[in-house]
Design a protein around this ligand. Structure first.
Ligand code: NDP
Ligand code: MG
Length: 383
């Protein structure tokens, strides 16, 4: 009998949080949910705490925290301190980072110092601090398990092989909702159109990022650090059906791929229970039906975000953090209807151009670079 996983779920009320809870419901007794965190969704987080009898609930927003009436047996936490308490809870074996944004970074470093297993859905942790996070994880014997579907697929394809046997990583991309749009059509994209993804049901930020291919840019940076692989050995391949979640090409010419329907429950289940393979949560692919899988190269002209992410990764230092910050600011300006859709890559490009070549060495310096890039990007959205 395997001891249950003691899980902390940061971002329980979001899209990844929901998919995680789906997996947990399918596997009662395998996971005990020690802690959950949200930003301000009191009602939903209390319902989750009651359903899973969660002993620790962290609500980031102070007003929301004061409104919450915790069920008996649930202790409430608040703010960044609350997140840090949950990230280091004694007894927790796994911490799943399912929050959006850079706030995840400090809790992730603290979980690493406690030698937890970090299940990573959040992208910013590795985009901002890939080198620091991976070196700290090695130093403290913490385990990083990718839950982003592409990286989880690569992680699965790499089982049983050696690093020196990898020739390249083939990172698949759906191409987003505007894959076949003309330049003119891209100039007239509305928020409603950008929030609709053909294959995946995700939170708003990652849905917009998929449509601009900025998401694939962030994933390129994630993959570089997670798998310790040079950027030139990571090739992005557009695969509209989102069934092949990524592939690894080995030195002998064999290519391994991981396939499953486009639902995050598959990657999350694999990441949480790794290395065990438990009963599936959802039905898988049905090969008694015709199944078409297409692959094509990405178009850097219509989707410059991918090229910009690669340039940022090659420039190193704070450039990936600047890419992320500029993208976040530009996407928010687009959501607020202050910036046309096709200006998102322009804001990123200008921010990367105007930011000094910083080489942050510590967590504090990374946050300072992030802040400087946000201020630069904000100015660029107002031009
Ligand atoms: P959502 O917007 O759906 O959910 C965000 C979650 O983060 C909510 O639970 C929110 O709480 C919580 N949150 C935000 N800020 C804080 C904070 N300061 N403290 C505590 N909790 C906070 O996002 P997604 O689930 O789509 O994405 C989560 C992460 O996973 C992102 O980094 C994304 O890029 C990544 N990812 C998502 C995929 C997907 O399919 N959705 C696929 C692969 C990666 P509240 O509800 O209270 O606001
Ligand atoms: Mg992904």
């Amino acid at each position: 009998m395997v001891a249950p996983i003691q899980l902390v779920l940061l971002g329980a009320t979001g899209s990844i949080g929901e998919s995680t809870l789906k997996v947990l419901r399918k596997h009662p007794g395998e996971v005990s949910l020690l802690g959950i965190a949200c930003h301000s969704n009191v009602e939903k987080s209390l319902a989750i705490a009651a359903e899973f009898q969660v002993p620790h609930l962290s609500i980031y927003d102070e007003d929301a925290f004061f409104k919450a009436n915790a069920p008996p047996g649930t202790q409430l936490h608040c703010g960044i301190e609350g997140l840090l308490e949950l990230a280091t809870l004694p007894g927790a074996t796994h911490v799943l980072f399912a929050m959006v944004g850079v706030t995840c970074l400090r809790p992730a470093l603290d979980s690493i110092r406690e030698a937890k297993t970090l299940v990573l859905a959040n992208k910013e942790i590795l985009v901002l601090a890939g080198e620091l996070i991976t070196s700290q994880a090695r130093q403290h014997n913490a385990t990083l398990v990718p839950a982003d579907s592409e990286h989880n697929a690569i992680h699965q394809c790499l089982q049983g092989s050696q690093h020196k046997e990898i020739h390249k990583i083939l990172l698949t991309a759906s191409g987003g909702q505007f894959r076949d749009a003309t330049r003119e059509e891209l100039e007239n994209v509305t928020l409603e159109q950008a929030l609709r993804h053909p294959n995946w049901d995700m939170g708003p930020k990652v849905t917009i990022d998929s449509s601009t291919m900025a998401n694939k840019g962030l994933e390129l940076i994630e993959a570089r650090w997670l798998f310790d692989i040079l950027p030139e050995r990571i090739q992005v391949v557009v695969h509209p059906q989102s069934i092949v979640h990524s592939m690894v090409e080995f030195n002998d010419g064999s290519i391994l791929a991981q396939l499953s329907p486009p639902d995050m429950a598959f990657a999350l289940q694999n990441a949480i229970f790794h290395p065990r393979r438990l009963e599936r949560t959802l039905p898988t692919l049905d090969f008694s039906q015709t199944l078409q899988l297409d692959f094509q190269p990405p178009d850097d002209q219509r989707f410059p975000c991918l090229r910009l992410a690669r340039e940022a990764l090659e420039a190193g230092g704070a450039a990936p953090a600047s890419f992320n910050a500029a993208n976040e600011i530009a996407v928010q300006a687009f959501i607020d209807k202050l910036l046309p859709y096709h200006y998102i890559p322009k804001v990123i490009e200008r921010t990367l151009t105007y930011m000094p070549a910083l080489k942050p060495q510590s967590f504090q310096e990374i946050l300072e670079a992030d802040q400087m890039a946000r201020e630069t990007a904000l100015r660029e959205t107002q031009i």
